[in-house]
Design a protein around this ligand. Structure first.
Ligand SMILES: Cc1cc2nc3c(=O)[nH]c(=O)nc-3n(C[C@H](O)[C@H](O)[C@H](O)COP(=O)(O)O)c2cc1C
Length: 283
């Protein structure tokens, strides 16, 4: 338990150093510990997969876990598309930042915000579904899609599989829609590569921001304590990068580079227009 928490906040020496901790400690402890917490706190994205097929039933099991997530008004305005065809994965990889792990993973799940089903039902019953044209319905669908996808991630990890999200599936949404034969009012929100993790990848948990920068009580208050918490994160993420033999860069620098402007958005700055073309009015 202590080790999982220390790793999550980068307070020890990382998984490579079993003799940690050697830095600041948490000033709280969980009321209990259990396998669910252990699994959730052990999450790390996997980008290197073994050349080993998945057993039967994986897409179905992950879909069942996904469908077990809550859904706003139980509208269930999402779907998931399982892609295993190597050529289709290769084409989708090219559309999604040419990320090699998409080709390597035996399974690519594409999580779809799907208003088609409900619009079809509305048409069949000659009932209006005008609320679906509003930003609120799009946001609701995106939230539901994300909750479903994350349940699937946890389920995959519980099976010993590894997964990584693919936000880059939104780099060229219209071409992705054409590749997947998506009808109007359906858009890929995020992809997810799933496979057996390569044990040689030396993966470890990536530390997150200190809770002081994230968890507020009663009301929101940004004070020097929050600023200090963000600053304390930079050396922890750099230590992680060093252990992973990655180029070292402060989190603040990374995050500000990623959010600098349209040029740092990998083509996604035109998303509003593209969504219009896919049928979403976003009123
Ligand atoms: C919505 C979403 C989209 C993401 N897209 C990508 C992606 O396109 N490529 C990638 O390598 N990682 C992607 N990631 C993974 C994040 O980089 C990763 O979760 C983050 O760096 C934290 O690392 P961890 O998951 O190992 O804790 C994405 C994660 C999320 C939640």
């Amino acid at each position: 338990m202590a080790r999982r928490l220390a790793d999550r906040y980068g307070l020890g020496g990382g998984e490579a150093d079993a003799t940690a901790p050697n830095g600041p400690q948490l000033d709280w402890t969980p009321p209990a510990w259990n396998p669910t917490l252990d699994l959730i706190l052990s999450h790390r994205s996997v980008r290197r997969f073994l050349d080993r097929p998945l057993p039967d039933g994986v897409p179905q099991t992950l879909a069942a876990a996904a469908q077990s997530a809550p859904s706003s008004s139980n509208l269930q305005t999402w779907s998931v598309l399982a892609v295993t065809d190597p050529e289709r994965k290769a084409r989708l990889s090219r559309l999604a930042g040419d990320q090699a792990f998409i080709r390597q993973a035996p399974l690519l799940l594409v999580w779809l915000l799907d208003q088609h089903r409900l619009r079809y039902v509305g048409r069949a019953q000659n009932r209006p579904v005008e609320a679906l044209d509003y930003v609120e319905s799009f946001l609701l669908g995106a939230v539901d899609t994300a909750l479903a996808a994350q349940n699937a991630t946890v389920a995959a990890e519980s099976l010993g599989l590894g997964a990584v999200y693919v936000g880059a599936i939104r780099n060229r949404p219209a071409e992705v829609a054409a590749e997947l034969d998506l009808p109007p009012h359906v858009v890929a929100v995020v992809g997810m590569a799933v496979g057996w993790p390569d044990p040689d990848a030396g993966l470890e948990v990536k530390p997150r921001l200190p809770q002081a920068a994230v968890l507020f009580h009663e009301t929101y208050a940004w004070t020097d304590a929050q600023t200090a918490a963000v600053e304390a994160y930079n050396p922890r993420i750099r230590a992680f990068q060093q252990r992973q033999a990655m180029p070292q860069q402060d989190w603040t620098t990374q995050a500000l580079t990623r959010t600098a402007g349209p040029a740092s958005m990998a083509g996604r700055h035109v998303l509003r227009e593209v969504l219009g073309g896919l049928g979403f009015e976003l009123r």
